[in-house]
Ligand binder design. Structure first.
Ligand SMILES: *Cc1c(COP(=O)(O)O)cnc(C)c1O
Length: 356
């Protein structure tokens, strides 16, 4: 990557004061990272500039054919005041695989991480200091070429924006109720379920509406072929502890390979749990629920880290999990992961990277 050019704002915004509410994804920092791609030239002109609306041609291909990618990660403030990232090289690798699937030019992994670090350094005073708060980082890339007609674009912008976010749980882990979707599907083999592109989310909104109308907060997706096997929840991967074994869906093309998921599997194996990364029929989950063997269910993702599930509804039938309370293993995973991320526990897995 060329040297980053810095154009810092002369009118910084007022930062939220410690303790101010930080509604997720609605307060943005002073700057953004931008880098352009032009076919023939490659990536060029990396810069950190004041946060501002983009100028896009109305024919920009992203607006018509959804050639778009994104990532999600956080910067955490540690007890000694320094700032660290959690496995950023995994986000870089996943961004690369997204770009390969979307026929978009790959951002070299070391440039991806260097850009994140440079922006977080500039915005270091935006990284909140209160327990559980963090700076959410949203790297994304869009096709900017002005052209109607379906083909991979010849110009792109890679952009990174940040927002300070509150602790996901203010009063301890709070189990959510999940609706199992039996009509719509999120991903099919050969499709884009394993990458982070906005189109996946656009197609999922209709199920979210159904779930909410029934009093559930998110959707658990089943496989797109038979609607028989559990895949993932909304923007989280999903784990089921049944009769001592922990199950999670394999990421074989229809399930997003979450970095929180990967970290949970590594921790569970280290702790000696039996982990089955294999297809699990929803019928087995509901049966285990009836027999009292469905011990714990939780979702994993960067935003919430670990989200306990207290209830599942499938085809009108309801399974209560652990009396709607957070399970022991769910809590232990949450405490361990957040302990490492916020630098309160020793990072013996080597997962964190210091920014400044
Ligand atoms: C981002 C995402 C996840 C979680 O991934 P993490 O790397 O753990 O944040 C899970 N499922 C979907 C569909 C996602 O987009």
């Amino acid at each position: 990557m060329q040297e980053i050019r810095y154009e810092l704002t002369k009118t910084p915004k007022t930062k939220p004061a410690p303790g101010d509410p930080l509604p997720f994804g609605s307060i943005f920092t002073d700057h953004m990272f931008v880098m352009d791609y032009t076919e023939g030239t490659g990536w060029h002109d990396p810069r950190i500039v004041p946060y501002a609306p983009l100028q896009l041609d109305p024919a920009a291909m992203v607006l018509h054919y959804a050639q778009e990618s994104f990532e999600g990660m956080k910067a955490y403030r540690t007890p000694d005041g320094s700032i660290q990232l959690f496995r950023p090289e995994k986000n870089a690798a996943r961004f690369k695989s997204t770009h390969e699937r979307m026929c978009m030019p790959v951002v070299p992994e070391e440039d991806f991480v260097a850009a994140i670090k440079a922006l977080v350094k500039v915005e270091k005073d935006w990284v909140p200091t209160q327990a559980g708060e963090s700076l959410y980082i949203r790297p994304f890339c869009i096709a900017t070429e002005a052209h109607l007609g379906v083909k991979p674009a010849e110009t792109y912008q890679f952009i990174i924006i940040c927002c300070p976010v509150a602790a996901y749980y203010k009063t301890g882990l709070n189990p959510v109720k999940i609706y199992v979707e039996d009509k719509y599907v999120r991903a099919t083999p050969g499709g884009t379920g394993y990458i982070k592109c906005g189109g996946n989310y656009a197609a999922s909104l209709i199920s979210q509406e159904t779930a909410e109308a029934l009093g559930y907060s998110q959707t658990l997706w089943l496989d797109g072929v038979e609607r028989k096997y559990v895949e993932e929840v909304g923007s989280m991967n999903c784990f089921f502890k049944i009769d001592g074994t922990v199950y999670t869906a394999p990421t074989v093309g229809t399930v997003l390979p979450g970095i929180t998921r990967m970290s949970c599997i590594e921790l569970l194996k280290k702790w000696g749990y039996k982990v089955s990364v294999d297809r699990l029929p929803i019928a087995d989950v509901m049966k285990a629920g009836k027999e009292g063997k469905l011990e714990e269910v939780f979702g994993t993702g960067t935003a919430a880290v670990i989200s306990p599930v207290g209830e599942l509804r499938y085809e009108g039938e309801v399974a209560k999990i652990n009396n709607g309370k957070t399970g022991k293993l769910t809590q232990k995973l949450y405490d361990t992961l957040t302990g490492i991320q916020w630098g309160k526990l020793p990072d013996d897995m080597g997962w964190t990277t210091k920014v400044c």
